[in-house]
Design a protein around this ligand. Structure first.
Ligand SMILES: Nc1ncnc2c1ncn2[C@@H]1O[C@H](COP(=O)(O)OC(=O)CCCC[C@@H]2CCSS2)[C@@H](O)[C@H]1O
Length: 388
């Protein structure tokens, strides 16, 4: 087992070496021992840049490095960007954190990362930086200093500061960077965002709750006013920013690494990574990992045929993303009591997901007489709308 991991690790990283040499980007030698210094050598630093913009591949790449690379003597700064995506923290509830219907409509994926903390929006105007070190060398303040110093270097007029909660703010109040981290037994990574030119209106639209009435102790996000660097430094191109970050990382830690472009989809370089991608994409990870929660909400019901309306009370318990119990109180003069009970019963065991639940309800509706169809459909729609 150990030798397998080690073999693939060496294979993977000598491939990084090969790629560096082909591009003449690296000054160091191509032997894997220079990438994995022995116990007597001093620590080394690498700068990597992912050429993927797929959120799952990039999160899996972080995971791969964290598990497969010996970070005791090697620090890495990984730079990466994603196509539009919403990234929630490990212990968060996607239904309270993001606008799932709007994301579905726009084809924007939801990703759950391994680290804790709040929900952020990514697109190509948002740069992500991951700082990998040994647990001993873990130092978020110093990593953020790399960013603030790099910004001051390229645009001395920018007023940027790291805060006590490891955000970076501009002009004393606008957030440009958010932080999260993951510590394992011996290694650590600290990752953060940097808003260069992200779509702020998409950010505001997508980071809204999908439904109200959810009670849980999932980690809530801490919303802040955000801004883009480009709005304050209109000539600051991403390339210039990247160069400054690489320069400052090397200067801060005494390294001399030029960035290497890596492709997380390269199976020979990152064996096993695609399995993590599949896991990160799964419903079970993205939604099923949500801490247990309950929904208690009022449903507004209408009957267009008779211009009538009423309200119903819905109470659900959701565990591992699955409806564990459901209780629906609808006035009995609105729909027969039996239908509300059957509706609740049919949902138990289903995913708290409008598609799955809709399939279950369609079968139930088919078995009903035409008499109440309008109201029954409306009731089912109201229940489904709660699921985002
Ligand atoms: N991209 C981005 N950058 C900075 N701030 C953001 C961003 N998107 C949203 N926000 C704002 O931050 C809050 C959430 O703040 P909160 O402090 O709750 O959470 C975070 O900051 C988490 C940062 C995670 C960084 C990881 C690095 C690589 S993968 S994701 C949100 O409601 C918005 O107001």
């Amino acid at each position: 087992m150990i030798s397998n991991t080690r073999t693939s690790l060496l294979r993977g990283w000598s491939a990084v070496c090969r790629c560096q040499h082909r591009n003449h980007q690296f000054r160091t030698s191509s032997s894997s021992s220079s990438l994995f210094p022995g116990s007597d050598s001093s620590s080394a630093g690498l700068v990597l840049q992912s050429d993927s913009t797929d959120v799952y591949q990039n999160l899996a790449l972080e995971d791969w490095i964290d598990t497969n690379v010996d970070l005791q003597k090697l620090s890495i700064m990984l730079l990466w960007r994603n196509q539009p995506a919403v990234v929630i923290g490990r212990h968060q509830n996607p239904w309270t954190e993001c606008n799932l219907p709007a994301m579905r409509m726009a084809g924007i994926p939801l990703a759950r990362r391994r680290s804790g903390g709040g929900t952020v929006f990514h697109d190509l105007g948002n740069l992500n930086l991951t700082f990998f070190t040994s647990k001993k060398a873990y130092d978020r303040k110093r990593n953020l200093k790399v960013i603030t110093e790099a910004l001051r270097r390229v645009r001395p007029g920018l007023n940027v500061q790291a805060t006590d909660r490891f955000d970076i703010i501009l002009n004393g109040c606008y957030k440009i960077s958010g932080t999260a981290s993951r510590l394992s037994r011996r290694s650590s990574y600290h990752h953060c965002t940097l808003l260069h030119s992200a779509d702020r209106s998409a950010l505001a639209t997508l980071l809204r709750p999908s439904c109200s009435g959810i009670h849980s102790n999932a980690t809530p996000s801490i919303p802040s006013p955000v801004t883009n660097l480009l709005d304050h430094a209109p000539t600051l191109q991403l390339g210039e920013l990247l160069d400054a970050l690489v320069h400052q990382y090397n200067a801060e830690f005494g390294f001399s690494s030029a960035p290497s472009l890596i492709n997380p989809a390269d199976k020979s370089m990152f064996p096993g990574l695609s399995k993590t991608v599949t896991e990160l994409q799964s419903w079970e990870w993205r939604f099923g990992k949500t801490p247990k929660f309950s929904v208690q909400t009022l449903l507004e019901l209408t009957d267009d045929q008779y211009s009538a309306h009423t309200s119903a009370q819905l109470h659900m318990e959701v565990k591992n993303g699955l409806i564990e119990s459901s209780k629906l109180d609808v006035p009995t003069d609105w729909v027969p009591q039996q239908f509300s009970s059957e509706l609740s019963a049919v949902l138990v065991g289903e995913r708290f997901c409008p598609h799955r639940a809709a399939a279950a309800l369609t079968a139930l509706l088919r078995s009903e007489t035409r008499e109440h169809q309008g109201r029954l459909h409306n009731l089912c729609d109201a229940v489904l709308s709660v699921m985002g």
